[in-house]
Design a protein around this ligand. Structure first.
Ligand SMILES: O=c1[nH]cnc2c1ncn2[C@H]1C[C@H](O)[C@@H](COP(=O)(O)OP(=O)(O)O)O1
Length: 212
């Protein structure tokens, strides 16, 4: 992939279906379409992962009932604000209700639109302490949706192992729901957790196959 392309173009090239970036100025043009809101919860971490690998951050994702990876969140109820919907779904899907996790409109990172689904997707981002992050992970197994909509808790492996594939590049080959993968890459870039070049390298990494 051409590394000189803007990240949103690169991300667009890997998306299974097109998602359009929507600027906040244009949001009122989308009144009347379906809306969903999801949230990236992350924390700084200095705890080395396997083989002393240093993860860039701890990012919370879930394994969903449908076998896909996704962020906590869901559809907006009628008249509900996106930040309230994302927080409501987060508490339902994690079982944790904490002031440190509460969202405001200032936590909005990006909005995408899917024409085929007529769906506006709001993505919020919240940085928390590693203690709250750990509580979120452990609390999830006791939430109301555990074993129903949520069947696993994931911490994205934000490191690459010596073969250049295991770790983050391998994780990117998981099945992601909707535009969750594009949202994850967008977040990593915008919150300066990875550079555009590192993201591009991970997207293009291939597993090592003996004898090829
Ligand atoms: O993490 C996600 N990122 C982007 N889109 C997502 C994500 N998770 C689900 N979706 C899509 C899939 C659907 O089109 C809508 C709403 O899905 P869901 O979160 O399952 O909503 P409910 O819990 O059923 O309200 O967003």
């Amino acid at each position: 992939m051409d590394q000189n392309l803007p990240l949103n173009v690169m991300i667009g090239m890997i998306a299974a279906e097109p998602y359009e970036d929507v600027t906040l100025r244009d949001i009122s043009n989308f009144n009347g379409c379906n809306q969903a809101a999801h949230v990236v919860i992350y924390a700084d971490t200095r705890t080395p992962a396997v083989q002393k690998l240093a993860p860039r951050a701890a990012v919370y994702l879930q394994f969903r009932f449908d076998g896909h990876v996704g962020f906590p969140g869901g559809m907006l109820n009628r008249g509900e604000r996106p930040e309230d919907a994302a927080y409501r779904e987060l508490t339902e899907e994690s079982g944790l209700d904490s002031e440190e996790l509460r969202l405001t409109k200032d936590d909005l990172l990006v909005v995408h639109y899917s024409k085929s689904k007529n769906l506006l997707l709001h993505l919020f981002v919240k940085k928390v302490s590693i203690d709250i992050f750990h509580l979120l992970e452990t609390q999830t197994v006791n939430c109301h949706e555990w074993g129903k909509e949520v069947i696993g808790v994931l911490r994205a492996p934000l490191y690459t192992m010596s073969d250049g594939y295991r770790g983050f590049p391998a994780f990117l080959d998981s099945k992601f729901i909707g535009n969750c993968k594009e949202q994850l890459l967008h977040f990593l870039d915008k919150c300066k957790i990875m550079t555009k070049e590192e993201i591009d390298l991970a997207l293009n990494a291939k597993p090592f196959v003996l004898g090829k």
